[in-house]
Design a protein around this ligand. Structure first.
Ligand code: 13P
Length: 344
């Protein structure tokens, strides 16, 4: 690896493997202030920096959370905030044995005129931001790209797939030179009425193109994580499928496209209910599939770890412990599912 000395490679591999260690996964708590507004509105909470701090503190201080969670992805705002005792969140997490992660992308922008296809922003001062966050405790990073399925428009187009793959590869290579494990997230979003076969085919094309780009940019796969969607029908599809169908289609797509050298795969929940996200992850980790794939498969869930906790909290200090119990219930269930041991 031309860009990476051996000590860097060792650190990246060690941290990537730490994140996907048996029975643990990631809490994605990196909603931007403007995107968490939807979640706060749903429970009637004012969207202020202090409310966001209180909410994140509640999640991060849930008792024994480190038994189930190995890494937490934060938005820059949260990364810069502190707990009630003025200990910064990244420092506090490091102290309890959780790796702090940072969302480095700066959201989506139209790819071309007159299309709803997107590219992702965030290359301005990226090297400097990586250095800075690393020095303040971050050990991994996330960057999300979005691909949309629209059969009538033949989307995602080749241009969208290629552009987003190259962006992810460039981000990943910059992260690694600065010591951060990159999470590469090319999300095929579930909007639409397409069936599971179309999602599988699109996911395969997106992943194959992404790994070609990662190779072109000399990304060190042993120190890199993939955050894909599970292969499911679109949310408006008439025909529903079973978790066994989702597991088979997902494993097939991953096996056809992801090199065995990759350190691990951490799924997003992408609008699945809390229970569905757990059941599907559990199915993917059942013995039948264990022998068929070479990487650990675990969770990097946002909504599927937080939905019931957020509702239980409803912005009130007296509900905090109840909210933490709701969050821990999901964390524990998904930790079990990452071993194929979830009992419904
Ligand atoms: P969801 O699990 O809510 O899809 O969020 C995960 C994530 O980090 C998307 O970028």
């Amino acid at each position: 690896y031309v860009n990476l000395d051996v000590s860097h490679q060792i650190m990246l591999k060690k941290n990537a493997e730490f994140i996907v260690q048996q029975g643990k996964g990631i809490l994605a708590a990196d909603e931007s202030p403007s995107s968490i507004i939807k979640r706060f509105n749903s429970i009637g909470i004012e969207n202020t920096a202090e409310q966001r701090r209180i909410y994140r503190q509640l999640l991060f201080t849930a008792p024994d959370i480190q038994q189930y969670i190995s890494g937490i992805i934060m938005h820059e705002e949260t990364f810069n905030q502190s707990n009630d005792s003025s200990i910064s969140f990244p420092m506090m997490l490091t102290q309890i044995g959780i790796l702090p992660g940072i969302k480095l992308d700066r959201g989506l922008e139209s790819l071309t005129i007159n299309t709803n296809e997107t590219t992702t922003l965030g290359f301005d001062d990226l090297e400097k931001r990586c250095e800075d966050f690393f020095n303040r405790g971050a050990r991994f990073a996330k960057w999300r790209c979005v691909l949309r399925i629209n059969k009538l428009k033949n989307q995602p187009t080749e241009v969208a797939i290629l552009n987003n793959a190259i962006i992810l590869a460039r981000y990943a290579s910059i992260c690694q030179t600065k010591g951060l494990v990159p999470i590469v997230e090319p999300e095929v979003i579930p909007d639409g009425d397409h069936d599971i076969n179309i999602c599988q085919r699109v996911t395969e094309k997106v992943l194959a193109t992404t790994f070609k780009a990662l190779s072109d940019y000399d990304v060190y796969l042993e120190g890199c994580l993939l955050k894909p969607n599970m292969v499911t029908p679109g949310q408006e599809a008439k025909k529903k499928v079973k978790s066994t169908d989702i597991a088979l289609a997902t494993i097939t797509a991953l096996n056809r496209t992801c090199p065995p050298a990759l350190a691990g795969i951490v799924f997003l929940s992408g609008g699945q209910s809390e229970e569905d996200a757990t059941i599907n992850l559990n199915e993917l980790n059942k013995t039948f599939y264990q022998s068929k794939r070479p990487w650990p498969l675990t969770f990097s869930y946002g909504r599927a770890l937080q939905a019931s906790a957020l509702k239980a909290w409803s912005g009130k200090r007296e509900n905090e412990s109840n909210a933490q119990q709701n969050f821990l219930k999901r964390a524990m269930a998904n930790a079990a599912a990452s071993k194929g041991e979830y009992d419904e």
